[in-house]
Design a protein around this ligand. Structure first.
Ligand code: PLP
Length: 441
């Protein structure tokens, strides 16, 4: 079967076709049963048998504008007719336009954008910039974080994906605030914040401040559990970075571009990083794109000196055309404000109500369209539910027409920022039904 234009295949045929030839991410290949998807629109995806599913995952939390937004599709087609590709050394108005629009939403001290193909290489290059300007080597990042799957980015990662990939050196991890599973014996958000900052200060002093190039931080850790930092935490990290001359990198790959109800999640805490990495929501993943937003000071350090980094497809016209159309559409349609309201008016209240009703929900937390439901088999001991239970919950959600994002013992409610309240309520009804009916054994 080599005719990939075939569209009348069944789910079973496509699944077999795929698993016979495609090597999948993060998986034992022999156990895969991928859900075949033929097409999509808005917050809905459609399989090859014609079944529709409400996408509460935004795939890997990237379709912030929903699927197939006509304005972005049109911009990609127009760019394809004019110029499909051009090397990074050339100037091009689409690339410049995307950089200008991204900078419009970033803090004032931000001056330039270096484009990459996705989030991991954005973090690689942010780390490279920090090492170049400080002349230091070490990068501090959180346990319970994800920064990507390339050499340095995967070693900066705080979760299990780091361990089989620990080849790059100079990476040190610390604990961030996470009151529900506090590493600091804290009982309040204030204590957690203060102690997490004391801990970070201590790690910096023990590592030697003059050896540390960067603190790399997801403004809101995403895959690791959507831990919205307590008030004052990001400011505290900013102060430590300033005190010790360390570059502060905000990883906004997942949290940025509307997801947290802000253009950038750190804006809710009023801090200004030195470098910001982005990807995913910048163009809803329609064409792969990421990048680093660079402060005036750091950009100026390379006025005379060569930046030792680059990528063949840096600022690809199709990807940047999609970014221009995405950002303009998000602005014109008030998408960021809509995401914020969905968090305040729909997701937050409904999940808190459900948490009151069901013992299996240990905690709900989030903001905008970026929420986690933490599932526990023993509420008092906060014991995470077993993988087998998560498997059942996930299968039950899909069987009822909802695609969830699950990670460890959590369901993440991360729909497109454009989802309607009606669709969202329907999806949350299904989540509630499934959690009520699946027994934690
Ligand atoms: N940083 C964060 C916070 C992410 O969530 C991800 C991906 O999920 C990455 C970086 C890596 O991005 P990519 O998969 O585009 O390389």
């Amino acid at each position: 079967m080599t005719d990939t234009t075939l569209t009348n295949l069944s789910n079973a045929e496509v699944a077999k076709y795929d698993t016979s030839h495609v090597f999948h991410s993060w998986s034992a290949q022999g156990k895969l049963a991928p859900l075949p998807i033929k097409t999509a629109h808005g917050s809905t995806v459609v399989d090859f048998d014609g079944n529709e599913y409400l996408d509460l995952s935004s795939q890997l939390v990237f379709t912030n504008l929903g699927h197939q937004h006509p304005r972005v599709v049109e911009a990609i087609k127009k760019q394809a007719d004019e110029l499909l590709t051009i090397a990074p050394a050339h100037a091009n108005q689409t690339r410049a336009g995307a950089a200008e629009l991204i900078l419009e939403h970033a803090p004032e001290n931000m001056d330039r954008v270096f484009f990459t193909n996705g989030g991991a290489d954005a973090n690689e290059n942010a780390i490279r910039l920090a090492r170049q300007v400080t002349g230091r080597d070490k990068v501090l990042s959180r346990y319970r974080s994800y920064h990507g799957n390339t050499g340095a980015a995967i070693v900066a990662t705080g979760d299990w994906r780091r361990q089989p990939n620990e080849y790059a050196t100079g990476h040190v991890h610390f604990f961030g605030p996470y009151l529900y599973r506090s590493e600091f014996w804290a009982e309040t958000e204030e204590q957690e914040c203060e102690r997490a900052l004391q801990h970070l200060d201590s790690v910096i002093r023990h590592e030697g401040p003059t050896t540390i190039a960067a603190i790399l931080l997801e403004s809101i850790p995403g895959t690791a559990g959507i831990m919205v930092p307590p008030a004052g935490y990001l400011q505290g990290v900013r102060e430590l970075a300033d005190r010790y001359g360390i570059v502060l990198i905000a990883d906004e790959v997942m949290a940025g571009f509307g997801r947290a109800g802000e253009w950038f999640a750190f804006q809710a805490q009023g801090v200004t990083p030195d470098l910001i990495t982005f990807a995913k929501g910048v163009n809803s993943g329609y064409v792969p794109l990421g990048g680093v937003i660079i402060s005036k000071e750091i950009a100026a350090a390379f006025d005379e000196r060569v930046f030792p980094g680059g990528l063949t497809y840096s600022g690809h016209p199709l990807a940047t055309a999609a970014a221009v159309a995405t950002i303009e559409t998000m602005t014109d349609e008030g998408v960021v404000e809509h995401a914020r309201e969905l968090g305040t008016d729909v997701i937050g209240p409904r999940l808190r109500e459900l948490a009151e009703e069901l013992d299996v929900i240990g905690e709900v937390r989030g903001t905008g369209v970026f929420w986690a439901i933490e599932l526990v088999s023993d509420a008092a001991a906060r014991t995470p539910v077993a993988a087998e239970y998560m498997g059942r919950v996930k299968a039950a959600l899909v069987a009822r027409g909802v695609i969830p994002f699950t990670s460890d013992n959590r369901i993440h409610i991360v729909p497109p920022c454009t989802i309607s309240s009606e669709e969202l309520n329907r999806g949350l009804d299904v989540v509630a039904e499934v959690l009520r009916s699946e027994a934690v054994s």
